[in-house]
Write a protein that binds this ligand. Structure first.
Ligand code: ZN
Ligand code: ZN
Length: 270
């Protein structure tokens, strides 16, 4: 008994219910082979109920007996559905809409249009991704080139400054400038540097300034100042500068270590 509720079909699906509906529809049928047709729009109905509903919905009250067959046509230019030849003819005359298609064709066409839209969106998204990837590739290439140029600047500083202390001071100066901007990009004093304040520490080597220019500093005010405008601060670029400086500093201390060992060996021999 517990399962009774589950096994029983819902009321509207039972055979008895369906038979009752069919009986009622037959009863409400106008006459065998005849239908009711709206005289104002041509709407065809095989039951009194449907005719009444149409009359209520559209305020069309003039119904006639008709022997027309049902059709299932949609106007291609507006949402009108015609269920009889008369309805189609009336719509054609009143609206001047000349093309019609059956429901299935309309559904197929709409489905095709939906598929086309989805496809177009997909193609657009793919194109956008391609453009983004291309942009990123170009940005990466540009960054790699700049980083390479930074490395050559640091190499020429190395070649120009013979004393390790000088070199260390020059590199430390560049590290400090880059670090300050990375940590506090909004602080103007870190982005505006008086050249006379750093040229000695950079050992008067032009490559030191070139390095800063690669970080987007520019010489202004008759070459007295180096300025990096706030909107030109580029994290990736400064990160690349930092990587190159760290590498260069690492190389100095390695070389220093080797030189120190050689010195000790020499001293040991003497
Ligand atoms: Zn009507
Ligand atoms: Zn139409």
């Amino acid at each position: 008994m517990i399962f009774r509720g589950i096994l029983e079909k819902p009321k509207h699906e039972t055979l008895a219910y369906r038979r009752r509906c069919q009986r009622e529809e037959r009863k409400s049928r106008v006459m065998e082979g005849k239908k009711l047709q709206c005289g104002e729009c041509g709407f065809l109905s095989n039951t009194v109920g449907k005719a009444e509903e149409h009359a209520k919905n559209y305020c069309h009250t003039n119904f006639i007996l008709s022997e027309e067959q049902f059709i299932d046509q949609h106007c291609c230019s507006c949402p009108t559905h015609c269920n009889s030849p008369m309805a189609l003819e009336l719509h054609r005359k009143r609206s001047d809409h000349s093309e019609y298609e059956d429901t299935e064709a309309k559904l197929r066409r709409e489905e095709a249009r939906r598929v086309e839209e989805i496809l177009a969106k997909f193609i657009k998204a793919e194109e956008e991704i391609r453009i983004l990837m291309e942009k990123e590739r170009r940005a990466n290439t540009r960054l790699a080139i700049k980083q390479q140029e930074m490395r050559s600047c640091l190499d020429s500083i190395k070649q120009s400054l013979k004393f390790v202390e000088q070199l260390q001071r020059a590199f430390d100066t560049l590290v400090m400038i880059v670090k300050n901007v990375v940590e506090k990009p909004a602080e103007e004093k870190y982005r505006r540097i008086r050249i006379s304040a750093i040229e000695k520490r950079l050992g008067y080597v032009e490559a030191g300034f070139k390095f800063l220019e690669l970080c987007k500093f520019e010489k202004v005010e008759r070459g007295e100042f180096l300025v990096l405008p706030y909107y030109e601060v580029e994290d990736e670029l400064l990160e690349a500068a930092n990587v190159e400086l760290t590498q260069a500093l690492g190389e100095i201390s390695k070389e220093q270590g080797v030189t120190g060992q050689e010195d000790m060996l020499k001293r040991g021999k003497n």
